[in-house]
Structure formats: C-alpha cells, structure tokens
Design a protein around this ligand. Sequence first.
Ligand code: LLP
Length: 420
Amino acid sequence: MHSSGFYRNNNEELCVQGILVSDLAKKYGTPLFVYDSGLMKERYNVFLDTVANVKGNIHYAVKANDSLAIVSYFTKLGCGADIVSIGEFEKCIAAGMSPQKIIFSGVGKKNSEIEVALKNKILQFNIESQEELEDIYKVSSKLKMTANVCLRVNPNIAPNTHKKISTGEKETKFGIDFKNVNSIYKKLHELDYINPVGLAVHIGSQIFDFNFFYQAYLNLKNLADELVNSGYNVPTLDLGGGIGIHYDNNKAPNFSKYKSIISDLFTNTDYKLNFEPGRSLIAEAGILITKVIRNKKTKDKNFIIVDAAMNNLIRPTLYEAFHNIEPINKTNRSKILTDVVGPICETGDYIALDRKINKVENDELLAIRTTGAYSSVMRSNYNTRPDAKEIIIYENKDYLIREPETIRDLILKEKVIKYD
Ligand code: LLP
C-alpha cells in the first residue's frame, strides 16, 4: 500500500491510504475536499531535511489552508505558523500551537490585532512600513510590553510568476524599500518596547526559477551583514515561502535545489532562519471531488457541467491556474476537448477551458487535483451555494473536519428589516 498521496489501484480506481475515493464520495457527498495527512507529513519531513544544514525553523503559512485539522496536524508535527490576521492567530491557538511559534505578517495589521498578538506574546511581527512601526510602537508603549520586530524588505525583484501573486517588486504594497531598511533598522534600537529581531523577505508564490530566491536571500544577507558589522544585532532572517509546485504532473517540488541555495548562503552563519512554506506543504495533499451534473454540447463546444464551482475553487478564473481533472475510476475510453464548468452564473466560473480529458457520463465522479492549498480556504457562498465538506485521511481512516453551513444556516445569519 502507498503510504502517502493519491494513487490508482490495480483496477485504475483512485485511492488514498487504502480507501477508495469513490467510497468517500458515497459517504460524504460532493463537492468534497479530501486531504491526505500522509503526504502532509512526508512534505514536512522533506522540508525539515531541506533546512537541516542551517539553523532553520518552519512556520507553516496558514493562509494556504486554515482548516483547524490541518493547522493542528502541522502543529503536532512541530511546525510553527506564519499568520496574517487575528482570525488565523485564533485558529493556531485553537489548534494547540504556542504563540511563541507564531509570526505575524501582513500589510494591514489593525491596532486591535497588534494588541491581541502582543498580549499573547507572539514570536515576532514582520512589519511592512514605517507607518506600521509607528502603530506598533504606540500599542507596545501603551501596554508597556515589548514587541519583537522584524523588517520585511522589498528587494524589487520580479520572480516571474503570476502578477497577482508576485510580491517582491517595488510597485507592490509589500515590504519596506530596500534602501530605507538600514536606517529604519538602526532607529528601532532607540525605541523602548521595540526589540529588533531581524529582516524578512517574501518575493511571491509559485516560483520555479530559484535564482530569484538566491538573489533575494543574498541581498537580505548582505544587508544583515552590514548591520552586524556596524554593531547591530540581527539574530533572525525570515526567508518567506514561495516554492513552486507542479500542478500539471504531480511531481514533487525541487527541494534539493532549494536546499543547495540555502546551504550555500547560510551554512556556518549565525543567523537563525525562518521559513514560511504554504503551498509546497499542502497543495498536493488535497483533491476536490466533484460530480458531473450533465454533459452539454453546442455546435461549437463541449461542456462538462460539474457540481463544484468557482465558489469552491476560484484559482482557475483568478490566476488562470491549471488543475488536473481525472475521472475517479479510469477506464479505457476516448478523450474529448471540453470546458469543465460549474453551475455559477458567470462565464468565469470554470475549472478548465479547452481541456482534453476522458469522456465522462452524467453522475460520474471527477477528481480535481492539487487543491490542498488556496482552494477551500478561498471559498465563498456566491449564488447562495453552501461550501464543500472537508475530510482528512489519517492512519487509514477518514474523518470529517469541516461541516459547511446549510442553506438554512446561511439564511439564519441574515436579517430582514421592516420596510414601512
Ligand atoms: N509568507 C508570506 C509573507 C506570504 O505572503 C505567503 C503567501 C507565504 C509565506 C506562503 O507562500 P507559498 O509557500 O504558499 O507560496 N492565493 C494564491 C497564493 C497567494 C500567496 C500569498 N502569500 C494562489 O492560489 O496561487
């Protein structure tokens, strides 16, 4: 039996940890997200090995998938977290994580959020502007509590990824202009209740050309070395996330290349390193099972209409993202060129456009692959559609980890007012 990941048995049926995916769909209905804890664990261990030559800590980027069961599994494995809201903070706490393992990133932390994080003694704030520093200073001096502060640098590097997930160029809202970092970092030392702990960088997501990482990390290290040589303390460098994964062929990311870059730059240095992987830990561990509602044919095109839609998986329409789509039970049959679309009333509601896939019957089950990251977590209730259920497979058993609202729940959250 395979210990991790989704695989085909001898009858070409999709399985996970010895369980037929079709049985899961029967038991829970569709659309359904299924996560394999086996692959999550394998990925976490590979990442541990990737940073083994340096003083590295892993802080899972909770935004990739904030399901409580997912966050608590990574917590149990020993992972810390990178968060961007107090909501994510509360999830980490509910999952049993120590605040001492939590890094608070993001451009728009509210003062009320800063206060909660500070009172709970989180590990550090990665701050993104001089203005944010002023707010943190206000809150920390009011509370008379010291904030550990790390400056996120904007290195002005374009890492050749989709423009909506590219964060390292100077035109984006992220980070502090490279040339201002040195002076701001020095000034941090003059402020009471502010403890400078280092520098951070995150240039974007879904990056394949690792030279961009190398360049960003080298710039960060040079900046840190300069500060250290001038007598300042820079204990930590935070290297963000962003490792690209292969949506088209389920091949593992190139961790060994990443390892050699990290090792080249940081072996035998004193810097403690924080890593914030999201997608590369969880994306391939998830699939979205959907059922074919009907096949539709026009003079020009084929459409497979399925019961998952852009409210369950917005990546294809938002980022032109590619997700493999496979019948749960692969039998020998011909292929057609088709769009795979959801029921939502938008032309942008699609899972795939002009895709060559196996012919499928109405009511047949399909797996939309590589949907562990940035999928369910970006859900909505557009078109008054309840979300999908989520389950995790752990030690050969399936567990329901998220029961979505019913349509009735959605209605009960709203109020009708009296119009006179
Ligand atoms: N650290 C910071 C500061 C981040 O902003 C992010 C992702 C990460 C770490 C994790 O990056 P990863 O290892 O997952 O690439 N919704 C988009 C991706 C948005 C990424 C946002 N920031 C998508 O579906 O492709």
